[in-house]
Design a protein around this ligand. Sequence first.
Ligand SMILES: C[S@@+](CC[C@H](N)C(=O)[O-])C[C@H]1O[C@@H](n2cnc3c(N)ncnc32)[C@H](O)[C@@H]1O
Length: 264
Amino acid sequence: MTVAEALSSGVERLGAAGVDTPEVDAELLVAHVLGTSRSGVHADRDREVPEEFEELLERRSRREPMAYVLGEWGFRRLTLKPDARALVPRPETEVVVERCLLLLRGEPEPRVLDLGTGTGAIALAIADEHPGARVTAVDSSAEALALARENAQALGLHVELQLGALEAAADGWDLVVSNPPYVTPAEWDTLQPEIRVWEPRAALVGENLHEEIARRADTRFLVLEVGDGQAQNVAGALRSLGYLDVTISRDLAGKKRVVEGRRR
Ligand SMILES: C[S@@+](CC[C@H](N)C(=O)[O-])C[C@H]1O[C@@H](n2cnc3c(N)ncnc32)[C@H](O)[C@@H]1O
């Protein structure tokens, strides 16, 4: 099969499967099997595409998330290995890391906790971009933690990994960061199959965890990712708990997705 044929069959099959972005996804799959970029795909449309394309296209047609199909996913400066043991890191979470790094600027060896680490994305990005930071990553899922460990080893980054839950926030930190589950059970039923069928429900569905973490945290800084529409409530909760300098930041789409505050 040539590149031109693979793109045309990919767009048709992904479109029929209800994928939102069939053209982009077909290009990404062809690029992946050819070891090139999306734009590189069009350099030679008569080039033969390896057979592996067919298997990847079939997986994506079953609405498996692109990140799981590709087996690699960019997050800030890192390439992570995502799979069904943990949530696929989202672009808005890169802004969460940005806020943490700004708060930690000038701190030589801050103690940082990433609560609910999943693939390890936030913890590993902080360890990568603030080499002095002593980062601990906690998750209540042993499967997610195993994946975070594999990512840390593959990247050669040191992060302390611990099976645990919200109590970890009370341990005395310079910064606690968390992207906790914040999707309501009713919202869950309305989500795309890529999320509802493939990603771990326990990574996404949860209520009032922001406030619970803020209440328990013994930390100088707290940085929380929130769902679209949740920022004002979470900021209000932080203020009522006595947090200072409570700030809301927007993601690249302009949505209010990060709330931070200072405890002392
Ligand atoms: C929304 S995912 C975030 C994953 C990763 N930090 C990211 O931003 O891509 C939430 C993570 O929190 C974990 N989790 C859920 N409830 C938890 C709890 N009570 N204590 C610790 N971790 C929890 C889940 O297993 C999941 O890995």
